[in-house]
Design a protein around this ligand. Structure first.
Ligand SMILES: [Zn+2]
Length: 399
């Protein structure tokens, strides 16, 4: 089995060298952002999401991912807690038809990436060694949301990183994932710029290796909390889909200025879920298309004579407005757009994502992306937001 295609995603919100997640992004929306370009092109039988930030590992995330990626009924979705080594392990399970997704959302920096595994051509990844250690190198102080490095970095280096890398590095310059860039240089590792140090970074590293010239295998060592997994990567041509946009200052992210509890209705959520997350309209036998789907046709009056119709996720702004008035519980200021979807008479109302201070314009093209549109009584409510394609780099790069 080999890695046949890769997809890389980083949020637009820029702070120094880092990209931060938006107020409407979390593990699930990042997973869908990275996985969708591959799910759209390949038959996916299984999705494995690896993240060290398990804020949504109750079962409902499975349904959100399955519907948003339009997976078949037989497809399985697994949510796993782990760092970079856990992602390498998921690749080494050798299951063709799998999408392996890594999500990094720690220490402020966010990145997401996905790999599609298939028989045949692509990057070959084979197991080359493992150390199952355990050192509590990340600590969480009482009352703190984020983990921090235990003590100082030198303790981590001498007790964990150096022994692991020494044991697994093999001949030549390995590619190290899970250590800070300065540490990788000190350990004489290959210079591969990576956005983060968690599971997503493994796939960014594979994309970088695919672009390198040169024959022969490269040793990749993924390190985390006293454990490490090594794999040999045989470079080959592979599609790399990169969703990268010009950065928008993180200070322009919309904020909730008046926090209030927004009421939530589970029956309403349950009724809307499939059509909303799957972006599925209803087509009456007379041809009328409705979204949200209607049982009773407004055109011909037929009742329950409809078939489900998946909608395109691309389109253009029919009209839009920017809302500056603070709305309790809603992050603002925000843009609202009515989006005319490609190949369909349907127009959907959606918030404009990732625009910061920029105002969207009529006729702007873009696509609908899954976002956490609200948090109601603590329940994340997912839906689609419009993301402009201005500045988008979305290319298949043959290595
Ligand atoms: Zn009708």
């Amino acid at each position: 089995v080999s890695v046949a295609a890769l997809s890389l995603y980083r949020p637009v919100w820029e702070q120094g060298e880092q990209r931060l997640a938006g107020h409407d992004e979390d593990v699930l929306t990042l997973a869908v952002a990275a996985a969708w370009p591959l799910a759209e092109r390949h038959e996916v039988r299984r999705v494995v999401v690896v993240t060290p930030s398990p804020d949504v590992l109750e079962g409902f995330g499975v349904g959100v991912i399955a519907r948003a990626l339009d997976l078949g009924r037989e497809a399985t979705v697994e949510l796993r807690v782990g760092g970079a080594p856990a992602l390498v392990d998921a690749l080494l399970e050798d299951r063709p038809g799998s999408l392996v997704v890594g999500i990094d959302l720690a220490a402020g920096a966010a990145a997401a990436a996905a790999a599609y595994l298939a028989d045949g051509s692509g990057l070959e990844v084979t197991a080359a060694g493992r150390v199952n250690g355990s050192l509590p190198m990340r600590v969480r102080q009482v009352g703190d949301d984020h983990t921090a490095v235990y003590g100082d970095g030198r303790v981590e280096r001498e007790l964990a990183t150096v022994p692991l890398v020494t044991e697994l590095r093999g001949e030549g310059e390995p590619c190290l994932v899970g250590v800070a860039p300065g540490e990788a240089r000190r350990l004489k590792a290959r210079a591969v710029p990576l956005p983060t140090q968690g599971p997503a970074a493994v796939l960014f590293a594979l994309a970088a290796l695919a672009r390198e010239d040169g024959a022969g295998a490269v040793r990749l060592v993924a390190v985390d909390a006293g454990s490490a997994v090594a794999a040999d990567v045989l470079r080959a041509e592979v599609d790399v889909l990169t969703d990268e946009r010009p950065g928008v200052p993180a200070g322009e992210r919309p904020v909730v200025s008046q926090p209030v509890e927004v009421p939530f209705s589970m029956p309403a959520y349950a009724r809307a879920f499939d059509a909303k997350i799957g972006l599925v309209a209803a087509t009456c036998s007379c041809g009328e298309v409705s979204y949200p789907p209607r049982q009773l046709c407004l055109n011909c009056g037929r009742d329950r004579d409809t078939s489900p119709t998946p909608l395109a996720r691309t389109g253009e702004i029919y009209t839009c407005v920017k809302v500056h008035v603070p709305i309790p519980g809603i992050a603002g200021p925000y843009g609202l757009a009515i989006v005319a979807l490609d190949g369909s008479p349907v127009r959907v109302l959606a918030q404009v994502a990732d625009a910061g201070g920029r105002e969207a314009a009529i006729g702007e093209r873009g696509r609908l992306v899954l976002r956490r549109v609200a948090l109601r009584e603590g329940v994340p409510d997912y839906g689609y937001a419009f993301q402009s394609e201005i500045g988008l780099v979305d290319e298949g790069v043959p290595a």
